[in-house]
Ligand binder design. Sequence first.
Ligand code: GSH
Length: 209
Amino acid sequence: MPGLEILGAPQSNYVWTVRIAAAEKGVSYTLTALRPQCDEIKAVNPLGKIPAIRHGDVVVCESKAICSYMDRVFSGPALIPGDPVKAAHIEQWISIVNTSVDPVLMRQYLIAYIFPGTPDGAPDRARIDAALPKLPRIFDILDKTIGDGHIADKDFTLADAFLFPILYYMRLGPESAEMVAKSKSLSRYIDFMLERPSVQATMPPPNAR
Ligand SMILES: N[C@@H](CCC(=O)N[C@@H](CS)C(=O)NCC(=O)O)C(=O)O
């Protein structure tokens, strides 16, 4: 079996997702830290986004497709269980995270702090202020759904590999950090996930601009 290579900067929440999934599955890999939109990434993803993987002749981009590929190709604990109802609930939450949570919390809100693209590198206040009214509803949904468990189940599932990196990064934004701190369930969830071996083995370095 050829070796697995994960392409993408480890600070990316989606690269982190794929690395957590690989660690949960017990798959070893090499990490090639590449930024989005560089030529090597554009060659494997027409949108220039990270992560992607190379596995022999196989090239795959999109984090969920990568996780499903790893699940089918490698032995180790199933990332998506055979039970159709359990699997559907995991897929459902991965989809909600990808289509409604990440676009607001990461792309619209946090990126305006960490990659603002302003001439002096200061946070992009207009983008932050436009995103802020959308945060409470998402935090409320996550708080109520997680309760004293995880996002798709009482225990860890692949959906947590998608959600946790985003919530971890929410402690970096001042407004989002306050929202996390106010939620007992989200604070507990983040701290609990931080103790998970797959998370400890994949902690990203601090954000480099
Ligand atoms: N749907 C993609 C999203 C990946 C994504 O948004 N990656 C970000 C980094 S966390 C990225 O490459 N952004 C740069 C860009 O959009 O140009 C996936 O699941 O892999």
